[in-house]
Design a protein around this ligand. Structure first.
Ligand code: WTA
Length: 651
C-alpha cells in the first residue's frame, strides 16, 4: 500500500460536481451548510431531530442519548420501533408494487421482489422462526450465499427481535464454529450451497463440520435449497426452509422493541485475540444506515442501487439489507463474481437492470481495470449517475479510471470511509456539493466529529499524519463487543483515556479540512478490502502440527491492496526444493481450512527462527521490508541473531 499512499499524498486535482448532479441532488450546498451549523451547535439535538423525522416510531423517545455509562453509549433508549417495519411495512401504502429487490444469480437467472412480495416472504419466515422456537434476544447465525433469502432471513430476525450474526459464506467451518460458540447461537440458517463463477460451493457441509466439533447451543438448522447438491440432513435438527415455511401466514405483527435492542452482531478482526462480535443496536444503527443512503447516494424513487458487497460484511448490512430498504429504494443483489462468465459481468448487470447508483471496492475496480476499457465500452452504462467506493484508500489511478471509463467523466466518485464498528459512512462527500480530490474521502459528515490527533491526543491538521479519532458519540456506533464491555473499552477507548473513539487508522488532514486515510496502525491487514488480523492467521499457522512459530505481515499488492506474507519456523529441518513447495501448499490450504480462502498467504518463507530482539519481541518492520524485497536499512543491532535475516531473505 505504500506506493498507493505516495501517489495519494502528491495528488492535487480537484473535481467540482457537474451541473447535472448539482441539480439532481436533493442535498444542496445551503442545506448542507445548515446541517453542519446545526450539528455544531447542538450535537445530540441534531441527531434527535433526524431520528424523529426519518424513522417510524411505535413509541417516541424522550431522551436521545444516554451517556451515563460512557463510553458505553445508548441512543433513543426509551423509544420503541421495529427495524423491519421501517424497512418494509411503512412503504406498503404507497409502494407495495415497487421493486424492492432485483436479483441476478450466478448463472444469469433473474428474480424480482416487490415491496409487497418482500413483506410476505419476510413475514412467512418470521412466523417460521417463531415456530422453530426463536424468541426475542436469541442469536441466529446466517451462513448463506448472496441470495435474497439472506436478506429475508435478516429482516425476519429483526422482525421477531432475534439478534442475527451473518457469517460470510467464504469462511471455513472452523471460523464458523468460533462465531457460533461466541454468540451461543440457537439456530443456523444456511443453504445447501452457493453458486460462484459457475461452481457450486458447499455451505451445509461446513455447518455439519462446525456442529460436529461443538456448538452445543445450536438446536436447529434451517437449510434453503439453492444448488440442489447433495446434503445430509440430521433428523430432529435440520429442516428444509421450504418445508419449515409450508403453511405459514403472509402476515406477521412485528415485535416493537426498545431502540437500543441489539439488531445484529458482526464478527471482525482486531489486532489481538479472536474476532470480536461487534454489536449494533436498532434505532441508532438504522438512522445512520438510512441517512447515508440518502446523503451519499442521493437515493430517490427512480434509482436502482447496486452495492456489490456480500451480506457477510458490514457494507452488505447497511447498503444492501437495511439502509436502502429503509429509504424505500430498489436494490440489485448479485450472487456471482465480477469475472464470470467474463470481465464484463458487472457492466452487464448495470446495463440490464438500469443501475443508477453503483457502489463497490477499489480492489474490484483495480481488477477490472486490468481488462481495459474496451470491455465496459460494450455496455450501456448511461444510466449511472453516482459511483461509490469503500474498503481501503483508492489510488488516484483507479479513481480516474472509475470516473472516466465507468462514469463518463460525469459521475461523482463517492469515497466513503467507515468501519464495521461505525455502522455507516463517517467521512464522505455529498455528491451534489463536495469538490472531490482523488484518494481523499473528503470531510466528516455533519454530526460526525472526526479529527486527527498526535500521540498525546492533541488535534493536528495541515498535512501532519496522526491517529484518526471520533470525539463525540454518534447513533450507529457499535454498542459494545458482544459479551465483553471491557474489551470494547480497551480496544476503542483506552488509548486516549476514554476521551475518543479510536478508529485504528492513521490519517492526515489537509489545509481544506480533507481527510486522507493512510491505513491501519495496528496489526490488521486489508486484503481486497477485507480485514484480517495478523494474529488470527498466525494462530491458524501455529495450530498446524509441523509449525513451531509464525509471523504474518502485509505486502503491497496491485490488485488486493495488500497480500498475506507469512514467515514460518517449522519444528522439523528447514525444507528445500520439492519438499518446501509441498509444505507451502499444505500450509496455504491449512489456513484456508482454518479461516477461509481470503486468508491464504500468497507467500510463505521458512527460517530456523524469526528476527527477534533480545527480549524476544518479533521485529515486524524488518519482516515487512523483507516481504517487499527491499534492502534492510533499519538498525538491526538489537537483534538476537542477525544471521536469520539473510536466511529469510534468501529462502
Ligand atoms: C479501511 C468496511 C480508506 C479502513 C466498511 C477501516 C478505508 C477499515 C475506506 C474498516 C476508505 C474502509 N478509505 N480506508 N474509503 N473504507 N477503509 O470494518 O482501514 O471491513 O478502518 O469496514 O477499512 O474495514 P471494515
Amino acid at each position: 500500500m505504500s506506493n498507493n499512499i505516495e501517489s495519494i499524498l502528491t495528488e492535487t486535482r480537484v473535481f467540482e460536481p457537474s451541473d447535472a448532479i448539482k441539480q439532481q441532488a436533493a442535498i444542496k450546498a445551503d442545506k448542507l451548510d445548515a446541517m453542519y451549523a446545526k450539528a455544531e451547535q447542538d450535537h445530540v439535538g441534531f441527531w434527535a431531530d433526524l431520528a424523529k423525522e426519518k424513522l417510524s416510531w411505535h413509541k417516541p423517545f424522550t431522551k436521545a442519548l444516554d451517556d451515563s455509562k460512557a463510553p458505553l453509549y445508548r441512543w433513543f433508549t426509551d423509544g420503541e420501533l421495529n427495524v423491519s417495519y421501517n424497512c418494509i411495512d411503512r412503504h406498503l401504502d404507497t409502494k407495495s408494487d415497487k421493486l424492492a429487490i432485483i436479483f441476478e444469480g450466478d448463472k444469469g437467472d433473474v428474480h424480482h421482489y416487490t415491496y409487497q412480495e418482500l413483506h410476505d416472504e419476510v413475514c412467512r419466515f418470521a412466523n417460521t422462526l417463531k415456530t422453530q422456537g426463536i424468541k426475542q434476544g436469541d442469536r441466529v447465525i446466517i451462513y448463506m450465499p448472496m441470495i435474497p433469502q439472506a436478506v429475508i432471513a435478516m429482516q425476519a430476525c429483526a422482525r421477531v427481535g432475534a439478534i442475527h450474526s451473518v457469517v460470510f459464506g467464504g469462511f471455513s467451518a472452523e471460523a464458523l464454529k468460533d462465531r457460533v460458540e461466541n454468540a451461543a447461537a440457537k439456530l443456523i440458517i444456511t443453504t445447501d450451497g452457493g453458486l460462484r463463477g459457475g461452481k457450486a460451493i458447499p455451505l451445509k457441509g461446513a455447518v455439519d463440520q462446525a456442529l460436529a466439533k461443538g456448538c452445543d447451543s445450536v438446536k436447529k438448522v434451517i437449510v434453503y435449497q439453492r444448488t440442489k447438491q447433495e446434503v445430509v440432513m440430521q433428523d430432529g435438527r435440520d429442516i428444509w426452509w421450504h418445508e419449515a415455511e409450508a403453511g405459514m401466514s403472509n402476515y406477521h405483527d412485528p415485535v416493537m422493541l426498545p431502540a437500543d435492542h441489539p439488531l445484529f452482531l458482526l464478527y471482525t478482526s482486531g489486532s489481538t485475540g479472536t474476532p470480536k462480535g461487534v454489536q449494533h443496536g436498532s434505532g441508532g444503527y438504522l438512522l445512520n444506515a438510512m441517512l447515508t443512503n440518502e446523503w451519499m447516494f442521493d437515493l430517490n424513487d427512480k434509482d436502482v442501487f447496486w452495492c456489490t458487497a456480500d451480506v457477510g460484511w458490514i457494507t452488505g448490512h447497511s447498503y444492501v439489507a437495511y439502509g436502502p430498504l429503509a429509504m424505500g429504494a430498489t436494490i440489485v443483489m448479485f450472487e456471482g463474481v465480477p469475472t464470470y462468465p467474463d470481465a464484463g459481468r458487472f457492466w452487464q448487470v448495470c446495463q440490464d437492470h438500469g443501475v443508477t447508483v453503483f457502489y463497490t471496492a477499489p480492489t474490484a475496480i483495480r481488477a477490472l481495470m486490468k481488462f481495459g476499457k474496451d470491455i465496459p465500452a460494450q455496455y450501456d452504462l448511461s444510466k449511472l449517475r453516482i459511483l461509490g467506493t469503500v474498503g481501503e484508500p483508492i489510488n488516484p489511478e483507479a479513481w480516474m479510471w472509475y470516473h472516466e471509463v465507468i462514469g463518463r467523466g460525469e459521475c461523482p466518485i463517492i469515497d466513503t470511509w467507515w468501519q464495521t464498528e461505525t455502522g455507516a459512512h463517517m467521512i464522505a462527500p455529498f455528491p451534489g456539493v463536495t469538490p472531490l480530490k482523488p484518494g481523499s474521502c473528503t470531510r466528516p459528515l455533519p454530526g460526525i466529529d472526526a479529527i486527527v490527533v498526535d500521540e498525546e491526543g492533541h488535534e493536528i491538521g495541515n498535512n501532519s499524519g496522526g491517529y484518526l479519532v471520533v470525539r463525540k458519540p454518534w447513533p450507529s456506533m457499535l454498542q459494545t463487543v458482544w459479551g465483553d464491555d471491557q474489551r470494547y473499552i480497551d480496544t476503542y477507548f483506552a488509548k486516549f483515556n476514554n476521551q475518543y473513539y479510536v478508529v485504528g487508522d492513521s490519517a492526515h488532514k489537509d489545509a481544506d479540512g480533507y481527510i486522507w486515510i493512510l491505513g491501519r496502525i495496528d496489526d490488521v491487514l486489508n486484503v481486497s478490502g477485507h480485514r484480517l488480523g495478523t494474529m488470527e492467521i498466525e494462530s491458524a499457522l501455529v495450530a498446524h502440527p509441523k509449525v513451531a512459530e509464525a509471523a504474518v505481515v502485509g505486502k503491497p499488492h496491485d490488485v488486493k491492496g495488500e497480500s498475506v506474507f507469512a514467515f514460518v519456523v517449522l519444528n522439523t529441518d528447514l525444507p528445500a526444493g520439492a519438499e518446501r513447495d509441498a509444505m507451502v501448499n499444505e500450509l496455504r490450504n491449512w489456513v484456508a481450512q482454518e479461516i477461509g480462502p481470503i486468508a491464504k498467504p500468497d507467500d510463505i518463507r521458512f527460517g530456523t527462527n524469526l528476527p527477534k530482539t533480545r527480549s524476544g519481541k518479533i521485529m515486524r518492520r524488518l519482516l515487512r521490508t523483507i516481504a517487499k524485497g527491499e534492502e534492510i536499512t533499519q538498525d538491526t543491532s538489537t537483534l538476537e541473531d542477525p544471521s536469520i535475516l539473510k536466511q529469510l531473505q534468501q529462502a
